[in-house]
Design a protein around this ligand. Structure first.
Ligand SMILES: O=C(O)c1cc(=O)[nH]c(=O)n1[C@@H]1O[C@H](COP(=O)(O)O)[C@@H](O)[C@H]1O
Length: 281
C-alpha cells in the first residue's frame, strides 16, 4: 500500500486550494426532521450522502461527528464508513470527530480503528482527548505518523464548561490547556509546511493572547454559527496564528439543507467571510 504524504502537508495544500473551511456532518435528530427525513438509518444515510455530494468536492475538510452515527448501532457505523470513503474519494480530507482518549494500551486500539490505512474507518485525522495525560496519546501519534494521518487534540474547547479543566493551573504555574499546546508544538517541531498534530481551540473563546498558539500545526476552531462565534471573530481570537486555523461550521451550514445548492451557497458564504476576515487579520 502506498503511504500517504503527511497529513499536515496535505491539509496545508487543501487549505491553500480550497480555503480552510471545515464543515461538520452532524446529523442531529432535529436536523433530520427539518430536512423531512425520518430519524432512522435511511434518514441518516440520505442526510450524510447529501452533505458529501454537496461539499466534498469543494471544502478542504469534512468532519463527521461519530456519535450521531453510533446512535443507530452497527448500521449507523456502516453509513459512517461509506460517508468517510465517499468524502475522501471526492477530494475532501476527513477529520473523524470521535474524541477518543484512554490509557495508552487502549488508545492503541482506538488508533488502529481510525488511523491505520487499511481500517474500514480510516480517516485523515481524528479528534482526541488528552485529559488522561498527553502521553497517553502517544500510540495514536505514532500510528498517525506511520500512516500519513493526523490528530486534533482538545486543548481549549468551545464550550463554557471546558474552562474548569483547561484553564486550571498546575502546581508549576502552567495552565493545563497551555500545556497541551506546548506538547503539540514539540510534536510538530521542524515539520514543513505544517505539522500533522493539531489543537482544537474554540472560536468562541475571545482573546487568547495569553496562550502560545504557534504550534506549527493546524488549529481546528469550532463554535462558528450555532455556538455564536462568527468568522469576523477569528483574527481577534487567534492573532497571527489565524493562518493555521481550520474554522468548523456544522449546524450553521447544515440548517440550509436538504437542497444541495443551498448547502453549497451557505458554505460559500462562510468561506467568503472567512477569507475576508483572515485577509484583514
Ligand atoms: O472537536 C470538535 O470538533 C469540537 C470541539 C469543541 O471544542 N467544540 C465543538 O463544538 N466541537 C464539535 O464541533 C461541532 C460544532 O457544531 P456546531 O455548533 O453545530 O457548528 C460539533 O460536532 C462539536 O462536537
Amino acid at each position: 500500500m502506498t503511504s500517504l504524504e503527511p497529513f499536515g502537508a496535505r491539509l496545508r495544500r487543501a487549505m491553500d486550494e480550497r480555503g480552510p473551511l471545515c464543515v461538520g456532518i452532524d446529523p442531529h435528530a432535529s436536523l433530520l426532521a427539518d430536512w423531512g427525513l425520518a430519524d432512522d438509518v435511511a434518514g441518516l444515510e440520505r442526510f450524510s450522502r447529501t452533505v458529501v455530494e454537496a461539499l466534498a468536492g469543494r471544502v478542504a475538510v469534512l468532519k463527521p461527528q461519530s456519535a450521531f452515527f453510533e446512535r443507530f448501532g452497527s448500521r449507523g457505523v456502516a453509513v459512517l464508513e461509506k460517508s468517510v470513503q465517499e468524502a475522501r474519494e471526492a477530494g475532501a480530507l476527513v477529520v473523524m470527530d470521535a474524541k477518543r482518549g484512554d490509557i495508552g494500551s487502549t488508545m492503541a486500539a482506538y488508533a488502529e480503528a481510525f488511523l491505520r490505512k487499511d481500517a474500514p474507518l480510516f480517516s485523515d485525522a481524528l479528534t482526541v482527548s488528552p485529559y488522561l495525560g498527553y502521553g497517553s496519546l502517544s500510540p495514536a501519534v505514532k500510528l498517525a505518523e506511520e500512516n500519513g494521518a493526523g490528530l486534533f487534540v482538545l486543548a481549549l474547547t468551545s464550550n463554557p464548561e471546558g474552562g474548569e479543566v483547561q484553564h486550571a493551573v498546575r502546581a508549576d504555574g502552567r495552565g493545563v490547556g497551555a500545556t497541551m499546546l506546548a506538547h503539540l508544538a514539540a510534536e510538530n517541531a521542524g515539520a514543513e509546511p505544517l505539522g500533522s498534530f493539531g489543537a482544537v481551540v474554540g472560536a468562541t473563546l475571545g482573546d487568547l493572547s495569553a496562550y502560545d498558539l504557534d504550534i506549527n500545526g493546524p488549529l481546528l476552531a469550532p463554535g462558528i454559527g450555532a455556538q455564536g462565534a462568527t468568522p469576523a471573530d477569528l483574527p481577534g481570537v487567534f492573532g497571527a496564528a489565524v493562518r493555521n486555523v481550520v474554522p468548523n461550521v456544522s449546524r450553521g451550514v447544515l440548517r440550509h439543507g436538504p437542497d444541495v445548492g443551498a448547502l453549497r451557497a451557505a458554505a460559500e458564504r462562510f468561506a467568503e467571510e472567512i477569507r475576508t476576515a483572515v485577509a484583514g487579520g
